[in-house]
Ligand binder design. Structure first.
Ligand SMILES: Cc1cc2nc3c(=O)[nH]c(=O)nc-3n(C[C@H](O)[C@H](O)[C@H](O)COP(=O)(O)OP(=O)(O)OC[C@H]3O[C@@H](n4cnc5c(N)ncnc54)[C@H](O)[C@@H]3O)c2cc1C
Length: 421
């Protein structure tokens, strides 16, 4: 067994929450309940939910896993996942807002930005003054970001970016995004972009199938001027930064999917215990119970994958933060593929990919079953499980399409020379 897969420390995993975490999760629960009706209304009107920032800002959720030093709550990965799980009950659409702002937004800065960049950008994002987004995908580079065509060149104190990104979640409202472009030497670098920069244009992508309260943008960089101090991480290491962001993105999708499935279960139980056909409640019918059992199995199997992946991600986080404290050249040390880092990252990457693959397929299956239990009552978007069904389609595509994740998981096992993508 490869050593990054070792579970020898399983007995040390602790999924218990403290009183403080419990209080926070109760606040998240209240915030979710308070915006529930408005979220449904906004979904039907296909508009962004304007109550998310004030309601979740009040309880600090907009910076849940970000260090207190930058105005966040400084929570561990597991607590953040439990919060996303609860948020996921209100739908993938709401959860996607948080993934874009926090998991593939702020966390990319927390992990890779230098101290000046963190001090400049993070406090406004944790307070809710400024939203974040992550722009990697291009019309001709989806599953294969290494083939991106967005380019940068150097001009005095600035980089000049040209190219197009699409599907950027929160892209129409974000004030700060991270993006990725290829330099004259063909290597890809990462950048922090102020969206009021000259040459930055974002336009809403309309007519989506689901995720109707979160807005996606097509972004054009037309000679976009980016100060050199906004280079993120080491020049030429942009893809590694993007792929590390996807570990957090995948975890967030998987945690939210557990919430979606929980809601499908609750709604299906309520409905089947009051709807009668052929002289008995649906809940008494064996085939309906089979659907419910499948949903329950999906919830439990997904939940524990998420928690294990969160524990692996926490270890990676702790390792890097420890290194940052001890060694100001931590980035170049990591770039040399320091062995322990490499093992911890592979383990978190693998478990996050497994959790996302399983939980997103599971959420799609559960929402499909829930729609079946509701019958015609779930054939309108006013119904919660109908919305879960529409929204769960996207989560098998984004943050790594599930086919590509299957290939990734297999090649991590087989070795790089067997990589089939
Ligand atoms: C709602 C939504 C939100 C998104 N948010 C963001 C965001 O915030 N930021 C961002 O940068 N991007 C975002 N994306 C883009 C998303 O990450 C991509 O859609 C995803 O990576 C897949 O790329 P693609 O759509 O170009 O499909 P393609 O890469 O063209 O893939 C199409 C199909 O082919 C399969 N496939 C691809 N390669 C292989 C292979 N080698 N072997 C077998 N099968 C393969 C895929 O699995 C998929 O089923 C979002 C997308 C959606 C739909």
């Amino acid at each position: 067994m490869s050593n990054y897969m070792s579970y020898s420390n399983l007995s040390k995993m602790n999924f218990e929450v403290s009183e403080e975490q419990k209080n926070f999760l109760e606040q998240v629960d209240s915030a979710c309940t308070s915006i529930r009706d408005h979220e449904s209304k906004c979904y039907l009107e296909e508009r962004a939910n304007d109550r998310i920032v004030p309601e979740f800002g009040k309880i600090g959720m907009l910076g849940c896993p970000i260090s207190k030093k930058y105005g966040g709550l400084g929570y561990d990965v597991l607590t953040y996942m439990l919060a996303l799980e609860r948020i996921g009950k209100e739908g993938n659409s709401l959860r996607t807002f948080f993934s874009a702002h926090i998991s593939i937004g702020q966390m990319v800065l927390q992990n890779w930005a230098d101290e000046d960049q963190k001090r400049k950008y993070l406090p406004n994002t944790t307070s809710g003054k400024s939203m974040m987004a992550f722009a990697l995908t291009e019309p001709t580079a989806g599953s294969d970001p290494a083939s991106m065509t967005t380019k940068f060149e150097e001009n005095g104190d600035n980089f000049i970016l040209n190219g197009k990104k699409h599907w950027v979640g929160n892209g129409t409202i974000a004030k700060v995004i991270t993006t990725y472009a290829r330099g004259p030497d063909r290597r890809i670098s990462a950048f922090i972009i102020d969206t009021d920069s000259k040459g930055f244009h974002a336009e809403e992508m309309k007519d989506k199938v689901g995720l109707l309260t979160v807005k996606n943008a097509e972004i054009n960089f037309e000679n976009c001027v980016v100060p050199k101090k906004n280079l993120l991480g080491t020049k030429g290491k942009g893809l590694s930064i993007a792929y590390s962001a996807l570990i957090d993105g995948r975890l967030s999708v998987a945690a939210g999917a557990v919430g979606v499935m929980n809601d499908c279960l609750e709604e299906s139980i309520k409905h089947s215990q009051k709807r009668e056909q052929h002289g008995a409640l649906l809940a008494k019918k064996q085939l309906i119970q089979e659907h419910l059992t499948s949903i329950i199995l999906n919830i439990e199997s997904s939940r524990w994958l998420v928690y294990c992946a969160a524990a692996a991600r926490q270890k990676l986080h702790d390792y890097i933060e420890n290194l940052k404290e001890k060694d100001e050249n931590w980035q170049s040390k990591l770039n040399r593929e320091e062995q322990e880092y490499s093992l911890l990252r592979k383990r978190a990457d693998r478990l996050a990919a497994i959790a996302k693959l399983h939980a997103s397929n599971a959420a799609f299956d559960c929402s499909n079953r829930a729609v079946q239990i509701f019958g015609s009552f779930a054939y309108q978007k006013t119904n919660r499980v109908a919305r879960h069904f529409l929204d769960s389609r996207a989560i098998t595509i984004y943050e790594g399409a599930n086919e590509v994740l299957k290939l990734k998981i297999a090649s991590l096992e087989l070795g790089e020379k067997y990589q089939a993508y």
